[in-house]
Design a protein around this ligand. Sequence first.
Ligand code: ADP
Length: 417
Amino acid sequence: MTANLDGQTLAKQLRVLNQLVEISLVMNAMHQLDPLLHYLMEIAAEITDSEAASILLIDKNTNDLVFTAATGESGRQLIGMVVPLEGSIAGSIIKEDRALIIDNVKADPRHYTGVDEETKFETRSILGVPMRKREQLVGVLEVLNKQDGRYDDDDIRFISALASQAAVAIEKAQLVNSLEEAYADLDRLNKLKSDFIAVASHELRTPLGVILGYATVLREDSHGELSDHAQMVLDSALQMRSLIEGMTNLRYVQIDESELDFAPVPLHEIMQSAYADIKRLAEAKDQIFEIEIPEEPVELRADRARLAMALTNVLNNAVKFAPPGGVIMISAERHDSEYWVIVRDNGLGIAKDQCEKIFEQFYQVEDPMTRHHGGLGLGLAIARAIVERHGGRIWAESPGLGEGSRFTLALPVTREG
Ligand code: ADP
């Protein structure tokens, strides 16, 4: 008889052990909280031979307990139902911070009858254990109506282990939730910033147009010193216009592929268009600016204007960061199914740890307060967005500060003519 009992106990413990192993496997595989808690409740009821199982979590605002998971079809009805902390068995488990076994619930004055009345479920016996997230009490896991006999210490041990598994799952889900919320907040703030810049740059255009207009008239109508002053106003206003254009172009950072106007375009045309745009700037700094077009004809599927803009932004930087009299080269070469357009300069160079950061919006290597070069820190972010919408990549390399830079735009080739 004893041997038989031992055998039964052993068999049960083995079953429990197997269940615990299975639970940890399932916990790793399941990422949705609700089905996971539901699964844990089914196991809790099965192992303790109970009719039902449920989790109640403390609502931090109201300090009540709220059903968060429960077994079976009738369990669904329970989700969201509230049980007061005062005057309930679950509340007593929290307050006493220990497991409770109630063999005859009806005779217990702490029993809260509200839930049974609503669900028509008849609670006879309860085993409940507190649930902890780290050191903090967060709720209660209960199993109800043991089919055969009474709840015992083995049940408490198993349910306590399950309760801590459930608490870990809940904490993980809450962390993921708050991360998702933080990302949504960031997105919202980012959009606010972009909207503000769009509105501000638009609003700045009108008065600037007036300044440009009158400065031109003044310069033409006057002579001597006054004309020089008008020229200075005009130069500054032109500089301001190019900054405002940069701000307006911020929208291209978020550009969607559907907003691009794709067509077959010969690569050399894009290179030549960007070259022509920048040539005068390089000449003004006495720089040597060379272009090397690939010998074989290459065709890209591209938005001609936007891709030229990406390349122009990179060339603009090369002129800006190369010294007067410096050298800038633009060339292209084939790499498997890509054509790499390469812009080299012998300028300031970029430290290794900055080569990726410079593609972030508004990022500039120089301290904004002491920098010598103008700009908004948007050119490369725009270039990257455009190149990526073309299915390409863009990156920067430099042997180090003072040793020049090399920017590569790797673009997928569609067809060679
Ligand atoms: P901006 O040129 O308006 O500051 P960009 O996004 O075009 O903005 O460039 C970001 C930063 O990357 C620049 O401020 C500069 O610090 C660095 N950078 C870009 N191109 C070069 C280059 N050719 N040589 C050295 N540094 C560069």
